[in-house]
Design a protein around this ligand. Structure first.
Ligand SMILES: [Zn+2]
Length: 90
């Protein structure tokens, strides 16, 4: 199960706020900052939906060909560039 970045962000900010209110919990600010950081990285870099869509496309196509998202031409699954328009497929 994948936890979305926004959850990390909310929990991280929550931990920072709570630990900054309680003097003894100063250490938890670091953990909160880490969680917030992880959340931000996940939001910025996280494109699991896009990858899943490509996998779906391949599995749905009986011949194993992948469709170019720009010109809709069929390409071999191992092709890096579209044979028709020359743009990157992956
Ligand atoms: Zn193309």
């Amino acid at each position: 199960m994948k936890i979305p970045g926004i959850i990390y962000l909310i929990v991280g900010i929550g931990v920072i706020i709570i630990s900054s209110m309680i003097e003894k919990f100063t250490f938890f600010i670091v953990i909160g900052a880490l969680l917030t950081f992880v959340g931000l990285i996940k939001i910025i870099t996280g494109t699991p939906n896009k990858e899943r869509k490509i996998v779906d496309k391949i599995s749905k196509n009986p011949n194993g060909f992948i469709t170019c998202k720009f010109c809709k031409a069929y390409n071999y699954p191992n092709a890096l560039r579209c044979h028709h328009c020359g743009r990157r497929i992956k």
